[in-house]
Design a protein around this ligand. Structure first.
Ligand code: DAS
Length: 436
């Protein structure tokens, strides 16, 4: 019996009866006429009441068994399979870019078995999916992990930072890290601290749509990321994602100031309260902000992270028990996402006070995301200052969490840790908020 992956129930019996297999061309008689097309697999979780054909037009059509009177195999076919073309050779003398794969949508494709997006594309396949990469730089692909970014942890940040630090010694001109979009901002911030002073561009890049779909943002994002890593005259950690919904410009965001602000749009990423670091167009970099660090600086990586930090978003009626739970889970630093200028309820403030008294560090950011905390305006804020809460100005909450884990990873505690959290180390906080 031929492959009928994903089909089940009545649909499976109907196809088995006709001797059909995925890849065959079928003629299906229905109540409203005959339909001819290639049988494609069903999603694993699809029902047993439909047969799916790919029409000559390339579109798929699902036919309900209620409408089908007969199925006939008009030609046997091959089960579709994906074998990428060999990547084109790179001309001599191009800059060398290490492309590290970690998984995520950018390295995935639609799984026609389940209909879901699954990690599937190897770095080599990425190069063949985007042959233009070979004209921009000599790309060395390397898969380090193959996971969706919601599963990326500080231990992955350490591995990535170590690999980038090694690449600097291997004389690559730049590094690109392909990564899931969900936690891309956290990783970009974490690497900004671990690799502070890195003498080459390190560009993280993701995609909102998998590379095997016509509307995918992966190709252009990748080309821009590799181009910036190869040729930009600035260094540091950045994120490259669509500038807007059209397919012609890529925003280059600073690693500590970028946030995913839309669940699905290709221009989901925004630089918060700071200008973009740069804009890349199909002809190369079109705009570069003043004051970006040049290539070739002194470089002292500090790659360790300590997971003893928690990020708590305050909400009305938030029980103080959640602060105690964070403390019991081992948090040495609590980053609060307070309301407005940085406020929490009296109950939570009381728990923060006892956390601080027990040797913990409590820092305040704002769930407004834009603007900056100011605890001096209301007495509730002044009480927080008085008890020792450290306000972090316009630092993004996610960046503050990554920074706290990095500060703890350096071994700093007490006043030293507090000083590091308050200082601007990698552009994570500005003296005054950019009038956005
Ligand atoms: N789950 C998402 C992630 O890996 C998919 C993506 O957007 O890349 O972050």
């Amino acid at each position: 019996m031929g492959d009928l992956s994903g089909y089940k129930g009545a649909a499976l019996r109907l196809l088995e009866g006709a001797g059909a297999a995925v890849g065959d061309v079928l003629e299906v008689r229905t109540a409203w006429g005959a339909v001819t097309g290639t049988l494609v697999p069903r999603y694993l979780y699809g029902d047993g009441e439909h047969v799916v054909l790919k029409l000559k037009s390339g579109y798929n059509v699902g036919l309900s068994l209620e409408d089908i009177s007969e199925v006939r195999v008009s030609a046997k076919g091959e089960k579709p399979s994906f074998s990428p073309p060999p990547p084109p050779e790179s001309p001599e003398g191009l800059p060398r870019v290490l492309v590290i794969g970690t998984g995520g949508t950018i390295a995935s494709r639609i799984d026609y078995r389940t209909g879901a997006v699954r990690p599937a594309v190897t770095s080599d396949e990425l190069r063949s999916l985007v042959p233009e990469l070979s004209q921009v730089a000599r790309v060395d692909p390397e898969i380090m992990f193959d996971i969706m970014s919601e599963n990326i942890a500080p231990s992955h940040w350490t591995k990535l930072a170590r690999r980038v630090a090694r690449a600097v010694g291997e004389e690559v001109d730049g590094v690109v890290i392909t990564h899931g979009t969900d936690t891309l901002g956290y990783t970009a911030a974490a690497l900004s601290f671990a690799l502070a002073g890195v003498p080459i561009p390190v560009v993280l890049v993701g995609a909102q749509r998998s590379p095997d779909r016509p509307s995918s943002d992966a190709p252009l994002n990748l080309i821009a990321a590799v181009s910036v890593a190869a040729t930009a005259n600035f260094s540091g950690v950045y994120v490259a994602m669509h500038l807007n919904e059209s397919d012609d410009r890529i925003a280059i965001h600073r690693g500590t100031r970028v946030r995913k602000n839309h669940t699905s749009r290709r221009d989901a990423f925004e630089s918060v309260d700071v200008p973009l670091a740069a804009v890349w167009g199909r002809g190369g970099l079109e705009h570069v902000a003043e004051g970006l660090p040049p290539r070739g600086r002194e470089f002292e990586p500090s790659v360790r992270f300590d997971e003893g930090a928690a990020l708590l978003k305050f909400y009305p009626s938030m029980p103080g028990a959640l602060v105690r739970a964070a403390r019991r889970s081992g948090a040495k630093v609590i980053i609060m996402e307070g309301t407005g200028l940085g406020h929490v309820s009296e109950e939570v403030a009381k728990e923060l006070k006892s956390f601080i008294r027990s040797g913990g560090m409590a820092c305040m950011t704002s769930q407004c995301i834009r603007g900056r905390t100011d605890l001096s305006v209301y007495d509730t804020g002044r009480d927080l200052i008085h008890m020792g809460v450290l306000q972090l100005g316009d630092m993004l909450p996610e960046t503050a969490l990554a920074k706290a884990m990095w500060v703890l990873g350096t071994g700093a505690r007490g006043e030293k840790a507090r000083k590091l959290m308050a200082e601007d180390l990698a552009g994570e906080t500005t003296a005054r908020t950019f009038p956005g």
